[in-house]
Every structure is written in structure tokens, then in C-alpha cells.
Design a protein around this ligand. Structure first.
Ligand SMILES: [Zn+2]
Length: 317
């Protein structure tokens, strides 16, 4: 290999030792012997414009019909630390988690660099506290130690400077406040890692590396959980694998026609019905193979897909 070994760990910024774990295209995955963090080099975030053109992310704006909290959100809603306090969701997307947090009496705020997603959050979910911006923007807008809770669902793995980010984000929290994080779990089945790669994702996490990361930056871990793939997720994977064969793209076509000139969705009902039918079709086609895969992954302990961590901030000096 002609890979140039980085001099410092991309997670803890210390000097390692660094061990090469994997190569993907022009990228290399390294593991740090000190913090056990894994990071890809070159460690560069492709920027907001790249994400706007990445179908995986832009589709959520076109199709803001997912309104139920996802499994990582549900773990947080179960914990509900500092209930009733001020919560900031970083990378809030179209904001359906924020809507759920509101119902739990949090005074919730959300930020995202994706302008289209924020428009949807304001229009569809009527979230007045959703803003386009990053952590620097939040510090400027709200000031330091303003929030009781920070939530970062599937954000950390995208960052090119996770430590700098955490140190900055920490300034937003009050003493005794909590941070909740979810990331893809690096112990999952390799086939599920199709998107868990650069330039989308720049770090990989497990319980130990996340604990080291948080505890070396002033937090104390309260709870960690590896979230296993629900049956619906496996069905969704089959849908994806067989997309070209069984999918007619009807939902996408109708969704594209149901938008006004500014790109906002004007008619949800038709798409809702079509989406339900498409889902029923997936279950009819894929239930039996998905059930076999579900049991297999459980047996070989590769069924974890996400890691959820709740941590508490110590005294601020
Ligand atoms: Zn490290």
C-alpha cells in the first residue's frame, strides 16, 4: 500500500498508534490505538452543495412524509433527560424529531445547513424554531450555556473535525445538561455499510470509542445502546436491492408532480396512499427472505445498525 499514514488520530487528535483497517477507493480507514476511534483519510467533508445533490439526502425534502420518530429518536424520547428544558437538535432535517420532542414538553429548536429541509420543517411541521445554520450560528444566536439538551442524530459520522465540533457544541450546554448522539454502529453486517463510507461518512463508532471520545471531553456516559435492525429495515433493504426489478417509481413521479413552483409539496394525500400500497407490495414480495436474513443476522450478532449514547456534561469551569 502506498497510503500515507496520518500523523494524528482524526478523532482524539493524539498521535495514535494508528492501524490501517480498510481501503475504499482512494480512502483509507484507520483505527487509533489510544481512543479506539476509526476515521477515513482524506478526512474531508464534501460540503453542503454535495449533499444537496446526493439523492439519499435530497429525497427527504421531496418526500417529507416520514412523520414518526425513528428508532434512534425513540431511544432519546424514552430517556427524556432535562424534560421541559431547552433542546437543540443539530442536523434536524425536516424536523419530525423536533415535533415529537415538542410533544414531550421540550422547548425545542433545530438547525440544519439544508435550506430546503428547513423550509419543509417550517411549512409541514409548523416548527417556528427551525433555522438554517451550524453550531457557530447557534452560539451567536442563542449565546453560551443556553440549552439543557443537545441531540445529534446521525451527524457525528459526517464531521471532518469531530473533536473541535464537540468542544464547540459543549459551549451551548448548561452545566448538568445532556447530549444524545446516534451514529451508524461499526459492528453491523458489512452489507449494511454501503452508505457508511466516505465522503458521506468520515468516522466509525462503537460503544468504547464513543465513551472514550465523550469522557475525554467533559461528559459522563449515562446509557449506550446498540439498536438492532428492525424487520421493516430489512424489508427496506430488499426493496433497495431489487429496486430496478420490482419498482416502477410511481411514488416519485406523483411526488414530483405534486410540488408548486418553489418546490414545496402541495398534495400529500395521493402520495400517502401510493406509499402505503408500495409498502404492502414490498411486504408481499420480501417477507419470507427478509425473515431468514433477520434470524441469520441475530444468530451471528451482526444485527446492530445504530449506536445510541446519552451522556451528561460535568461542571463547567
Ligand atoms: Zn484517537
Amino acid at each position: 500500500m502506498t497510503e500515507i499514514k496520518p500523523t494524528n488520530c482524526g478523532v482524539c487528535n493524539e498521535s495514535g498508534p494508528l492501524i490501517q483497517k480498510e481501503v475504499y477507493g482512494k480512502s483509507t480507514l484507520w483505527e487509533c490505538g489510544q481512543c479506539l476511534g476509526q476515521f477515513w483519510t482524506p478526512m474531508e467533508n464534501p460540503g453542503a452543495e454535495w449533499y444537496e445533490h446526493d439523492l439519499r439526502y435530497s429525497f427527504r425534502n421531496l418526500n417529507p412524509l416520514v412523520t414518526d420518530p425513528e428508532h434512534n429518536h425513540r431511544e432519546f424520547l424514552k430517556d427524556a433527560p432535562n424534560k421541559g428544558g431547552k433542546l437543540l437538535d443539530v442536523g434536524t432535517g425536516t424536523g419530525y424529531f423536533l415535533a415529537a420532542a415538542d410533544k414531550l414538553d421540550y422547548d425545542s429548536y433545530g438547525i440544519d445547513f439544508d435550506q430546503e429541509a428547513i423550509i419543509t420543517a417550517r411549512d409541514i411541521f409548523k416548527l417556528k424554531n427551525a433555522y438554517v445554520g451550524d453550531v457557530d450560528y447557534a452560539i451567536e444566536k442563542f449565546g453560551e450555556h443556553y440549552f439543557d439538551v443537545l441531540t445529534l442524530f446521525e451527524v457525528m459520522e459526517h464531521l471532518d473535525k469531530p473533536k473541535e465540533f464537540l468542544v464547540k457544541a459543549r459551549q451551548l450546554l448548561k452545566s448538568g445538561g445532556h447530549i444524545a448522539i446516534s451514529v451508524p454502529f461499526r459492528g453491523s453486517w458489512n452489507v449494511f455499510k454501503k452508505f457508511d463510507k466516505p465522503p458521506r461518512h468520515l468516522t466509525r463508532w462503537n460503544q468504547k470509542s464513543m465513551k472514550n471520545f465523550l469522557e475525554s471531553n467533559g461528559f459522563k456516559v449515562v446509557r449506550t445502546k446498540v439498536i438492532s435492525a428492525p424487520f421493516s429495515f430489512i424489508i427496506g433493504r430488499f426493496h433497495f436491492w431489487f429496486k430496478g426489478i420490482f419498482s416502477f417509481g410511481i411514488v416519485e413521479k406523483v411526488a414530483a408532480k405534486s410540488k408548486d413552483a418553489s418546490g414545496r409539496l402541495v398534495d400529500n394525500s395521493k402520495i400517502n396512499t401510493l406509499r402505503k400500497l408500495a409498502l404492502a407490495k414490498d411486504y408481499i414480495l420480501f417477507t419470507i427472505p427478509a425473515a431468514f436474513l433477520y434470524v441469520y443476522l441475530w444468530l451471528v450478532r451482526k444485527n446492530g445498525i445504530d449506536l445510541y449514547v446519552l451522556a451528561k456534561l460535568g461542571d463547567i469551569d
